[in-house]
Design a protein around this ligand. Structure first.
Ligand code: 13P
Length: 292
């Protein structure tokens, strides 16, 4: 079966110094495009949903479509719940078949973040092969229901990261290092690569135990992306870019075909635009050909 644990997939990426694209979706058309692109590139891939689309489409529906599409392909693939601040909804998504869950306690104090993340970790690990992502420090910008102003964002303290991971029981770690959700307000955001490298060394020396996650993947220069991977990023999250592709390709098609009422043709156009963009990301992240 192609469906694997995110930890297994990302430990390999971390060891071999490439990153796996983790793409946020709001529609089944996007899910199909991502799987087709990854299959064509023979690349591992992670599909993720934020909480609002997961509640809107229903976790059971997302899991059913994911399984139907993912089971028939040979590449490693995961379904991840992104930035969930609600312990009960994390458990619900784990129950119905998400393979990876992120509890986002970054807005809480250190002890409370550990306590609630631990509850999610224990629950998911008891079910079986479900891995858990946690976050320390805060990523600025807007991601679904989470809004953090740039001047309120706090970077992850490398000295606290090992304690956080050991006590919270997480499998994947998203440290705040200066990347931001949404569209960057400046062309050259200040990203603390050294901090990322230090955290990587603390957690993964000599062996990779806790792969690192990069949030805020849209809008960074290609050299920044490669630098993030060199310093230990193994899961690379992209959301805003795919929202833009979805909306722009929809507007483009509709303005070019104002009298056409065939949604299938519109879906095809959006799917192709999304697929091309995913192929770009897979190549940039270095995961092309890494499915085995
Ligand atoms: P962007 O919206 O900046 O691509 O960030 C995505 C992300 O980090 C989702 O968790």
């Amino acid at each position: 079966m192609a469906i694997v644990s995110a930890k297994e997939m990302l430990t390999k990426a971390s060891n071999e110094k490439y990153a796996v694209g983790a793409f946020n979706i709001t529609s089944v058309v996007q899910m199909g495009a991502i799987i087709e692109a990854a299959l064509g590139k023979n690349a591992p891939v992670i599909i993720q949903t934020s909480v609002t689309p997961a509640r809107f489409l229903k976790p059971e529906v997302i899991v059913a479509v994911f399984r139907a599409l993912a089971q028939s392909v040979s590449i490693p693939i995961c379904l991840h719940l992104d930035h969930c601040t609600d312990v009960d909804f994390c458990k619900k998504c784990a129950d119905v078949g998400y393979t990876n869950i992120m509890f986002d306690g970054s807005h809480l104090d250190f002890e409370e973040n550990i306590k609630r993340t631990r509850e999610v970790s224990d629950y998911c690990h008891n079910i079986g092969n479900i891995t858990v992502e946690g976050e320390l420090g805060t990523v600025s910008g807007v991601e679904d229901q989470i809004k953090v102003a740039a001047d309120e964002a706090q970077l992850c303290d490398p000295e606290k990261s090992l304690e956080f991971i050991e006590r919270s029981g997480i499998d994947l770690f998203g440290p705040a290092i200066g990347t931001a959700h949404g569209v960057y307000q400046t062309e050259n955001p200040v990203i603390d690569f050294q901090r990322l490298g230090k955290i990587f060394q603390k957690l993964n020396n000599p062996d990779v135990k806790t792969p690192l996650v990069i949030h805020g993947g849209t809008g960074l220069s290609e050299s920044t992306v490669l630098n993030l991977i060199n310093n230990g990023g193994a899961k690379y999250n992209v959301s805003t870019n795919l929202k833009y592709i979805l909306m722009d390709s929809t507007f483009e098609y509709m303005s070019g075909h104002p009298n056409e009422y065939d949604p299938g043709k519109l879906d095809k156009h959006v799917k192709m635009a999304t697929k091309q963009r995913i192929e770009y990301w897979i190549d940039l992240l270095g995961s092309t050909g890494k499915a085995l």
